[in-house]
Design a protein around this ligand. Structure first.
Ligand code: NIG
Length: 426
């Protein structure tokens, strides 16, 4: 065999979930190989197939690292396409108030909620934001997340939104998770503009969005269209300006009320509409027609005790790309637990365990426009891989809210290794 030796080989997984592009529903979407193996070289996957065919197809050298995945499930690295991982302060006090009966919107109206995190985030410098985000990213990695989107939106003025996005830009140099930045200056109207909201929308359109685009600090521009945040018209102005300047639109849509946010996402050709707890049939049809990805974030539906979860089953069956994310943030989902998201997606959004895993890998990569490189295990794709110490994909959601992760590989390098992690089914 003349091909160069592999750098890394993973052998004989009980189930290797390739997530090769397959349309449909149920377990077919996994492209599973029982007794599956794979090889990587220079950060890319070079071969995938049954272990019995490895020797014929892959050269092993003296330095090839061989990972024995017997009894384990191997998946692509998880792609968390909706996080607010950079912020300061916490909202444990509001959690207590909510447990006593106050609602998220009532707390927001009293100056808490996003406003409270804005105050805390404005008070600290960029270095501190980086320092605070690092342990959160370490916990995301422990759940197998190798790529995450990271939003601004807790600063809501030009210098501090830039500070947040600069922190996002520095973080990949300090830890293994790759980050995709989103400008979320339209997360809430800041307190100093409570009586002059139009002036804040002008500030976004004329200063914040253009400066972020000029500096190349974000890939997406997002708006929260909701009663407590921005109107459809305001969202259209801000996202429209972003789009003119090359920032791809996204929306927090139909989270607590249906006020036309999904329809706006469709009109703008947004990459994603996220949340969708209150989406209407017309909203689903609009997203499907415009090929907008639907991002499910059931951790926040749970944490806010909302009566209705997003209709994941109907979104999937309508032919949308469905993605699943942690929504890590201090107010509505203070958790890095991707495995909890998988379970909630099965129990309340109506996905199967296979579809939920697909949504957190290939679906997330598609939502971020990165599926040519990430989200599946195929020759030529980036070698972002996770070995889970459980025998099938089903165990991830079934044995819920714990990490099954044994080994995480980013760009072909082992970045987390817990060889002693016991198989969950043992
Ligand atoms: O995605 N919905 C708006 N934004 C966040 C919550 C932000 C916060 O409460 O701090 C979310 O759920």
């Amino acid at each position: 065999m003349s091909s160069p030796a592999a750098d890394l080989v993973i052998r004989n997984a009980s189930e290797l979930c390739t997530m090769r592009p397959v349309e449909g529903r149920g377990e077919a979407v996994l492209g599973s190989i029982s007794g599956g193996s794979l090889a990587c070289r220079s950060g890319q996957v070079t071969w995938v197939g049954p272990d019995a065919e490895l020797a014929r197809n892959v050269a092993l050298g003296a330095t090839t690292r061989v990972v024995d995945a017997a009894g384990c499930t191997v998946t692509p690295g998880l792609v968390d396409c909706h996080t607010h991982v950079v912020f300061a302060g916490d909202r444990a006090d509001e959690f207590s108030l909510r447990c006593e009966g106050a609602t998220y919107l009532e707390i927001a109206r009293r100056g808490g909620g996003i406003g409270s995190t804005v105050r805390a985030t404005r008070e600290v410098g960029e270095d501190r934001l980086v320092e605070l985000a690092l342990p959160r990213l370490a916990r995301l990695l422990e759940f197998g997340i190798t790529t995450a989107e990271a939003k601004s939106g807790y600063a809501l003025n030009l210098p501090d939104e830039l500070k947040m996005l600069r922190a996002v830009a520095r973080l990949p140099t300090l830890q293994p998770i790759e980050l995709v930045p989103t400008l979320l200056c339209a997360h809430a109207v800041p307190p100093e503009h409570a009586q002059t909201r139009e002036a804040y929308v002008d500030l976004c359109v004329k200063e914040i969005v253009p400066e972020v685009a000029r500096l190349g600090l974000a890939r997406f521009c997002e708006a929260f269209v909701e009663q407590s945040a921005f109107t459809v018209e305001e969202g259209r102005r801000i996202l429209g300006r972003g789009k003119e300047l090359g920032l791809v639109p996204r929306l927090h849509a139909d989270q607590m009320s249906a006020m036309g946010a999904s329809e706006l996402a469709a009109e703008l050709g947004a990459a994603t509409a996220d949340h969708l707890e209150c989406i209407t049939d017309a909203g689903i049809a609009a997203l499907a027609k415009a090929k907008v990805s639907a991002v499910l974030v059931p951790t926040s539906t749970l944490f806010l005790k909302q009566a209705t979860y997003a209709p994941g089953r109907r979104l999937w069956d309508a032919g949308l790309n469905v993605a699943l994310a942690t929504n890590l943030n201090p107010g509505s989902a203070m958790t890095e637990n991707a495995n909890l998201s998988l379970a909630l997606a099965c129990l309340f959004n109506g996905l199967t365990p296979a579809e939920a895993l697909w949504a957190f890998t290939r679906g997330g990569a598609r939502a971020l426009g990165l599926d040519a490189r990430l989200g599946s295990i195929e020759p030529g794709r980036q070698a972002d891989l996770v070995v889970h110490a459980c025998p099938s994909h089903r165990h991830l959601a079934y044995h819920f809210a714990v990490s099954h992760v044994r080994t995480v590989i980013k760009r072909g390098a082992v970045v987390l290794d817990r060889p002693a992690a016991p198989c969950a089914a043992a």
